[in-house]
Design a protein around this ligand. Structure first.
Ligand SMILES: *Cc1c(COP(=O)(O)O)cnc(C)c1O
Length: 420
């Protein structure tokens, strides 16, 4: 069965192309007749389901229609002034024009530690338990390479931010999906995961507050996950990109659970918290061995974050108490207006406790892609079909609260005129 093996006698490396003979032959044939063949790992990725809606959106905009875009999870307001001015100042420093330190500027790591202490009561060692990232997506995408081996299982929520699945697949792991159901508060049902799956699981992705469902977790839930991780010997990657975008109750950190550092890494982002999606800065926190493993992947991949941006990120975190309340207040006002208006129309919409997403159940008889297409074509409103986030989510569409309140209300009014 296994063919095409040879040994490099110079250093004893064994090369082996594994697979059925026919697979190998067809791959070799393809390589012989075309200049480029996409790797199997790319070929295995799920299809890009937003392509159809993207095409329709572009056509509508090109036709000059007045589109209200609730499709993208990207803050519409600019980055606060003090952060911009901090970058302007630090960009002048010639020392920052050279390669940044792999492990991040010590000044930023100290600020992250102070922020985590003040906000979550965490005691983190800035040298070993904190790692700045080129946006949290970068860290999330690299983390599976640090912890997963081929054929181990990665537990991934469904629906989810697509990177959890693709990065797990890139690491050669098998993905086991954990459905997020409204009846369970959009939290994975930890008791429903079979013992055989736990036995092979090496990583569990969590994302609270959750994109796209808006679901949240409390410390009791995190305690249960940490307990399971220790029992079954897996690592937790908790994506906390929306932790600071809460409305009434501050979202907890999984590291507040005693002993969580042994098994969990939490990914934080400045993107949504401070309207900084384009700046590319976030950070990971967790136990030293896990942070070191992620750092090792990164040291072999990138060369750090532009130091001037790290100092601007430090300014943002240092001024968290002043800068974030207006941002939270803005999204709360938009949420209340949008959810209130939809409910007046009779839609049974959960009001998210955090995030800037509203997760809207489709009326009977509609799939998420059909509903999005109809709302775009007849109401000129862009939303995102749940199916793009996972197969559990075909009964929902996602609206991002990233336009001003009057436009949100206009979107609801237009949708209300359709007979759905
Ligand atoms: C936006 C988003 C991120 C990415 O954040 P960056 O720090 O900008 O990379 C990560 N996770 C989720 C769930 C997001 O929605």
């Amino acid at each position: 069965m296994k063919e095409r093996a040879f040994r490099d006698e110079r250093d004893g490396t064994d090369f082996r192309l594994v697979g059925k003979r026919s697979n190998i032959q067809s791959r070799l044939d393809a390589m012989a007749t075309t200049p480029f063949v996409k790797s199997q790992r790319l070929q295995k990725l799920p299809p890009y389901l937003f392509a159809e809606i993207d095409k329709k959106k572009k056509a509508a905009i090109a036709a000059g229609r007045d589109i209200i875009n609730l499709g993208v999870g990207d803050p519409d307001r600019p980055t606060p002034r003090p952060i911009i001015e901090s970058l302007q100042h630090h960009v002048e420093n010639p020392a920052f024009h050279q390669y940044a330190l792999d492990q991040g500027a010590p000044e930023l790591r100290k600020s992250i530690a102070a922020f985590c202490k003040k906000r979550y009561g965490l005691d983190l060692n800035p040298d070993t338990e904190i790692l700045p990232l080129i946006g949290s997506k970068e860290g999330i995408a690299h983390f599976p390479l640090a912890v997963l081996n081929p054929s181990e299982i990665s537990l991934v929520p469904d629906p989810c931010y697509p990177v959890y699945r693709s990065s797990s697949m890139f690491a050669g792991a098998d993905v086991y999906t954990m459905p997020l159901e409204r009846s369970l508060g959009f939290r994975p049902d930890l008791d429903a995961i079979p013992a055989d799956v736990y036995a092979l699981a090496r990583l569990m992705f969590l994302n609270f507050p959750n994109n796209p469902t808006g679901g949240t977790a409390d410390l009791a839930y995190f305690e249960k996950v940490v307990d399971l991780a220790k029992t079954h010997d897996f690592v937790i990657a908790q994506d906390a990109a929306y932790n600071e975008m809460y409305f009434d109750k501050p979202a907890p950190s999984i590291l507040q659970v005693p002993g969580a550092k042994d098994v969990a890494v939490e990914f934080h982002s400045l993107s949504k918290t401070f309207n900084m999606t384009g700046w590319r800065v976030g950070f990971a926190i967790g136990g030293a061995p896990l942070i070191a493993a992620l750092g090792q992947v990164k040291a072999n991949t990138d060369s750090g974050i532009f130091t001037a941006i790290q100092f601007a990120a430090k300014t943002a975190l240092d001024q968290y108490d002043e800068l974030t309340p207006p941002i939270r207040a803005l999204y709360k006002e938009r949420r209340d207006a949008f959810v209130g208006a939809l409910r007046k129309l009779g839609w049974d919409v959960p009001s998210p406790e955090a995030t800037f997403y509203v997760w809207i159940p489709c009326p009977k008889g509609y799939s998420s892609t059909d509903l999005c297409a109809r709302i775009l074509e007849e109401a000129d409103v862009v939303t995102t079909p749940g199916l793009g986030f996972g197969r559990t989510a075909d009964g929902y569409i996602r609206a991002a609260l990233t336009v001003e309140t009057p436009r949100l209300l206009e979107a609801v009014e237009r949708i209300g005129k359709l007979s759905l």
